[in-house]
Design a protein around this ligand. Structure first.
Ligand code: SAH
Ligand code: MG
Length: 204
């Protein structure tokens, strides 16, 4: 795996093991269709996805409203005052994402989409090779993302879900519940875990 910049220099929430798994999936699944990521934040995962996509001439779309999830709001565990937008009185990670993509020379490979994932997902039409779900982790948002996007996966395409914890002591439930719902749908084959990254392939 060759990366254009050190992902440790990008703020975010992804281990090297999970990043390497995303890189491998992106390289493989780009043959099937474009890659969509829900939850860009400052672009840590986008560096892995984008680096792999660039090697094979593929395109990544990364979707985020950039106003942060619950845990990024003031008073919550992952609030970052350096990402505060005073005019909006809300977080704004969009400039940080853009700077990451510029530094990594990925601006023609990773296309940023600024907006609510469920709005974009409703209008999206291209069958996807890889869908990476890493947006809002409330139950309502996690399921809204799954419902808006999973149906866009091409046969053989892979859905990767971040922050899937079988043990509630390790983290919140909704991503795990989405994973369980997807398996129960009978539409996917389980490819196993890499860290907290679950991987499911849509049956042909
Ligand atoms: N993938 C990133 C981490 C994403 S954090 C990394 O590698 O570091 C989750 C992101 O989801 C936040 O930036 C938040 O703004 C975004 N988000 C939460 N709810 C959303 C929604 N409904 N639509 C779009 N983005 C959303
Ligand atoms: Mg995550």
């Amino acid at each position: 795996m060759r990366l254009p910049i050190d992902p440790a220099t990008v703020k975010g929430f992804l281990s090297v093991e999970e990043g390497a798994a995303l890189f491998a999936l992106a390289r493989e699944c780009a043959r099937i269709g474009p890659i969509v990521e829900i939850g860009s934040y400052c672009g840590k995962s986008a560096v892995y996805l984008g680096a792999a996509a660039k090697e094979v001439g593929a395109t990544v779309f990364t979707v985020d409203h950039h106003r942060g999830s619950e845990e990024h709001q003031p008073g919550w565990a992952y609030f970052d005052p350096s990402l505060w937008d005073d005019a909006a009185q809300a977080p704004d990670s969009s400039a940080a994402l853009r700077e990451t993509l510029r530094r990594a020379d990925l601006e023609d490979t990773v296309i940023t989409v600024i907006g609510r994932s469920e709005i974009v997902g409703r209008i999206w039409a291209a069958p996807l090779g890889l869908l990476f779900l890493d947006g809002g982790h409330s139950r309502a948002q996690a399921f809204a993302d799954y419902e808006a996007w999973a149906s866009h996966l091409a046969p053989g395409g892979v859905m990767a879900i971040h922050d899937v914890f079988a043990d509630p002591a390790d983290g919140g439930r909704p991503p795990f519940e989405v994973f369980e719902a997807a398996k129960a749908s009978g539409e996917f084959d389980d490819l196993g875990m890499a860290g907290s990254l679950a991987r499911l392939r849509r049956r042909a």
